[in-house]
Design a protein around this ligand. Structure first.
Ligand code: HEC
Length: 156
Protein backbone atom coordinates (compact mmCIF):
# COMPACT_ATOMS: atom_id res chain seq x y z
CA UNK A 1 0.00 0.00 0.00
CA UNK A 2 1.41 3.37 -0.85
CA UNK A 3 1.69 6.17 1.67
CA UNK A 4 -0.99 8.23 -0.05
CA UNK A 5 -3.56 5.44 0.27
CA UNK A 6 -2.63 4.72 3.88
CA UNK A 7 -3.04 8.41 4.76
CA UNK A 8 -6.43 8.55 3.10
CA UNK A 9 -7.62 5.49 5.00
CA UNK A 10 -6.42 6.98 8.30
CA UNK A 11 -8.16 10.25 7.49
CA UNK A 12 -11.44 8.50 6.66
CA UNK A 13 -11.22 6.47 9.88
CA UNK A 14 -10.67 9.62 11.95
CA UNK A 15 -13.58 11.40 10.25
CA UNK A 16 -15.83 8.40 10.88
CA UNK A 17 -14.95 8.42 14.58
CA UNK A 18 -15.61 12.16 14.82
CA UNK A 19 -18.95 11.70 13.05
CA UNK A 20 -19.98 8.97 15.52
CA UNK A 21 -19.10 11.29 18.44
CA UNK A 22 -21.15 14.12 16.97
CA UNK A 23 -24.16 11.83 16.55
CA UNK A 24 -23.85 10.58 20.14
CA UNK A 25 -23.54 14.15 21.42
CA UNK A 26 -26.62 15.30 19.54
CA UNK A 27 -28.61 12.38 20.86
CA UNK A 28 -27.66 13.06 24.47
CA UNK A 29 -28.65 16.68 23.85
CA UNK A 30 -32.09 15.42 22.89
CA UNK A 31 -32.33 13.82 26.31
CA UNK A 32 -34.24 16.95 27.08
CA UNK A 33 -33.04 17.48 30.64
CA UNK A 34 -32.26 20.89 32.04
CA UNK A 35 -28.77 21.29 33.46
CA UNK A 36 -28.32 22.17 37.12
CA UNK A 37 -27.38 25.79 37.76
CA UNK A 38 -23.77 26.29 38.78
CA UNK A 39 -24.46 29.43 40.80
CA UNK A 40 -27.40 30.97 42.64
CA UNK A 41 -29.05 33.42 40.22
CA UNK A 42 -28.73 37.11 41.05
CA UNK A 43 -31.96 38.85 42.02
CA UNK A 44 -35.24 37.26 42.93
CA UNK A 45 -35.57 33.52 42.36
CA UNK A 46 -37.81 32.78 39.39
CA UNK A 47 -40.04 29.82 40.34
CA UNK A 48 -40.70 28.61 36.82
CA UNK A 49 -37.10 28.81 35.72
CA UNK A 50 -35.15 27.91 38.85
CA UNK A 51 -37.38 25.91 41.19
CA UNK A 52 -39.79 24.06 38.93
CA UNK A 53 -37.19 21.77 37.24
CA UNK A 54 -35.62 21.04 40.60
CA UNK A 55 -38.89 19.90 42.16
CA UNK A 56 -40.05 17.99 39.08
CA UNK A 57 -36.86 15.99 38.73
CA UNK A 58 -36.32 15.29 42.42
CA UNK A 59 -39.78 15.13 43.93
CA UNK A 60 -42.70 14.83 41.50
CA UNK A 61 -42.05 11.21 40.73
CA UNK A 62 -43.54 10.45 44.16
CA UNK A 63 -45.35 13.60 45.25
CA UNK A 64 -48.00 13.81 42.51
CA UNK A 65 -51.76 13.31 42.91
CA UNK A 66 -51.68 9.65 41.86
CA UNK A 67 -48.76 8.56 44.04
CA UNK A 68 -49.18 10.91 47.02
CA UNK A 69 -51.17 8.42 49.15
CA UNK A 70 -48.14 6.10 49.24
CA UNK A 71 -45.75 9.00 49.88
CA UNK A 72 -46.73 10.84 53.02
CA UNK A 73 -49.92 12.15 51.31
CA UNK A 74 -47.83 15.02 50.03
CA UNK A 75 -48.82 16.42 46.63
CA UNK A 76 -46.46 19.02 45.18
CA UNK A 77 -48.35 19.73 41.94
CA UNK A 78 -49.46 23.25 42.86
CA UNK A 79 -48.67 25.80 45.56
CA UNK A 80 -52.13 25.35 47.04
CA UNK A 81 -51.63 21.57 47.28
CA UNK A 82 -48.10 22.01 48.64
CA UNK A 83 -49.55 24.20 51.41
CA UNK A 84 -52.40 21.88 52.34
CA UNK A 85 -51.35 18.26 51.77
CA UNK A 86 -48.98 15.96 53.67
CA UNK A 87 -49.63 14.26 56.98
CA UNK A 88 -48.94 17.43 58.94
CA UNK A 89 -49.42 20.51 56.71
CA UNK A 90 -48.07 22.91 55.84
CA UNK A 91 -44.63 21.65 54.80
CA UNK A 92 -43.98 25.07 53.27
CA UNK A 93 -43.84 28.22 55.41
CA UNK A 94 -43.32 31.24 53.12
CA UNK A 95 -40.52 33.45 54.43
CA UNK A 96 -39.20 30.76 56.79
CA UNK A 97 -37.04 28.07 55.18
CA UNK A 98 -35.90 26.74 58.56
CA UNK A 99 -39.50 26.08 59.57
CA UNK A 100 -40.38 24.52 56.18
CA UNK A 101 -40.21 20.72 56.22
CA UNK A 102 -39.79 20.90 52.44
CA UNK A 103 -36.28 22.10 53.36
CA UNK A 104 -35.59 20.35 56.64
CA UNK A 105 -36.31 16.85 55.28
CA UNK A 106 -33.63 17.47 52.64
CA UNK A 107 -31.00 18.06 55.30
CA UNK A 108 -31.59 14.78 57.14
CA UNK A 109 -29.01 12.03 56.88
CA UNK A 110 -29.90 9.46 54.21
CA UNK A 111 -30.33 6.78 56.84
CA UNK A 112 -33.20 8.74 58.39
CA UNK A 113 -36.64 7.43 57.45
CA UNK A 114 -37.81 10.86 56.44
CA UNK A 115 -34.75 11.96 54.50
CA UNK A 116 -35.86 13.32 51.12
CA UNK A 117 -35.50 12.43 48.40
CA UNK A 118 -35.08 8.87 49.68
CA UNK A 119 -32.20 8.24 47.29
CA UNK A 120 -28.47 8.99 47.41
CA UNK A 121 -29.09 12.02 45.22
CA UNK A 122 -29.56 14.55 47.99
CA UNK A 123 -30.12 18.18 47.18
CA UNK A 124 -27.23 20.32 48.32
CA UNK A 125 -25.10 23.32 47.40
CA UNK A 126 -26.51 25.68 44.79
CA UNK A 127 -29.79 23.78 44.43
CA UNK A 128 -30.39 23.89 48.18
CA UNK A 129 -29.53 27.59 48.29
CA UNK A 130 -32.03 28.27 45.48
CA UNK A 131 -34.80 26.45 47.35
CA UNK A 132 -34.01 28.28 50.60
CA UNK A 133 -33.91 31.71 48.92
CA UNK A 134 -37.16 30.99 47.08
CA UNK A 135 -38.95 30.27 50.38
CA UNK A 136 -37.29 33.24 52.09
CA UNK A 137 -38.61 35.48 49.31
CA UNK A 138 -42.16 34.28 49.92
CA UNK A 139 -42.28 31.01 47.93
CA UNK A 140 -43.98 32.60 44.92
CA UNK A 141 -45.51 29.97 42.66
CA UNK A 142 -47.97 31.19 40.02
CA UNK A 143 -51.30 29.34 40.10
CA UNK A 144 -50.90 28.65 36.37
CA UNK A 145 -47.73 26.61 36.92
CA UNK A 146 -48.72 23.04 37.70
CA UNK A 147 -45.94 20.52 38.23
CA UNK A 148 -46.23 17.03 36.75
CA UNK A 149 -44.48 13.67 36.91
CA UNK A 150 -41.12 13.95 35.09
CA UNK A 151 -42.20 11.39 32.47
CA UNK A 152 -44.88 13.85 31.29
CA UNK A 153 -42.39 16.62 30.52
CA UNK A 154 -41.90 17.13 26.80
CA UNK A 155 -40.15 20.47 27.05
CA UNK A 156 -38.44 22.32 29.89
C1 HEC B 1 -39.09 7.93 45.80
C2 HEC B 1 -40.22 8.67 46.32
C3 HEC B 1 -40.00 10.03 46.90
C4 HEC B 1 -39.31 11.10 46.35
C5 HEC B 1 -38.57 11.15 45.02
C6 HEC B 1 -39.47 12.20 47.27
N1 HEC B 1 -40.22 11.82 48.35
FE1 HEC B 1 -40.83 13.00 49.88
N2 HEC B 1 -41.80 11.41 50.74
C7 HEC B 1 -41.78 10.11 50.26
C8 HEC B 1 -42.40 9.23 51.27
C9 HEC B 1 -42.53 7.72 51.15
C10 HEC B 1 -42.80 10.07 52.34
C11 HEC B 1 -43.44 9.66 53.66
C12 HEC B 1 -42.30 9.43 54.63
C13 HEC B 1 -42.76 9.24 56.04
O1 HEC B 1 -43.85 9.69 56.39
O2 HEC B 1 -42.00 8.66 56.80
C14 HEC B 1 -42.42 11.43 51.96
C15 HEC B 1 -42.65 12.54 52.77
C16 HEC B 1 -42.20 13.83 52.48
C17 HEC B 1 -42.42 14.98 53.33
C18 HEC B 1 -43.18 14.99 54.64
C19 HEC B 1 -42.24 14.61 55.71
C20 HEC B 1 -42.81 14.95 57.06
O3 HEC B 1 -42.72 14.13 57.94
O4 HEC B 1 -43.33 16.04 57.23
C21 HEC B 1 -41.81 16.05 52.73
C22 HEC B 1 -41.76 17.48 53.23
C23 HEC B 1 -41.22 15.56 51.50
N3 HEC B 1 -41.47 14.21 51.38
C24 HEC B 1 -40.54 16.35 50.63
C25 HEC B 1 -39.92 15.88 49.49
C26 HEC B 1 -39.20 16.73 48.59
C27 HEC B 1 -39.03 18.24 48.75
C28 HEC B 1 -38.73 15.92 47.59
C29 HEC B 1 -37.86 16.31 46.46
C30 HEC B 1 -36.66 17.00 46.78
C31 HEC B 1 -39.19 14.56 47.87
N4 HEC B 1 -39.91 14.58 49.04
C32 HEC B 1 -38.93 13.45 47.07
C33 HEC B 1 -41.28 9.70 49.04
C34 HEC B 1 -40.56 10.48 48.16
Amino acid sequence: MNTMLRRSITLIAVLAIVAVFIVIQTQTGEDNLPTWPTSVPAGKIDFKKNVRPLLIINCLECHNSEDAPANGNLNLETRELAMTTGNNPPILVPGKPDESRLITVLTLEGIHQKAMPPTPDKIWGVRMEILRRWIEEGADWPASVRLVHPREIKEW
